[in-house]
Design a protein. Structure first.
Length: 94
């Protein structure tokens, strides 16, 4: 599994990118729930299977099969639990 790390480059629009699994029912439900609650739209959701983001390495794409990953605008990658906590914070949960 990919550890939290940095990717090359930054997100030009200052929006975090959530990489989720479009083939996972739970992931689909969670993504729709979060989109409805992330009113400032701090997160852009992309299915990792369809993403053409050049920052996604083969290692990261493989890791996305197993857990949520957030590409932060500053280059940090949040994985699994930390990624989930970030999504919840964007949705107003503390």
């Amino acid at each position: 599994m990919l550890s939290e790390s940095k990717f090359v480059g930054t997100n030009p629009d200052d929006q975090a990118v959530a990489l989720w699994d479009r083939d996972c029912g739970l992931c689909n439900s969670a993504m729709h729930w979060a989109i409805q609650r992330d009113l400032p739209s701090k997160i852009r959701w992309e299915a990792f299977q369809n993403s053409h983001d050049l920052r996604i390495t083969p290692e990261l794409r493989e890791a996305c099969r197993f857990s949520l990953h957030i590409l932060m605008p500053n280059g940090q990658i949040l994985t699994a639990g930390k990624a989930t906590l970030y999504v919840l914070s964007c949705c107003g949960h503390r």
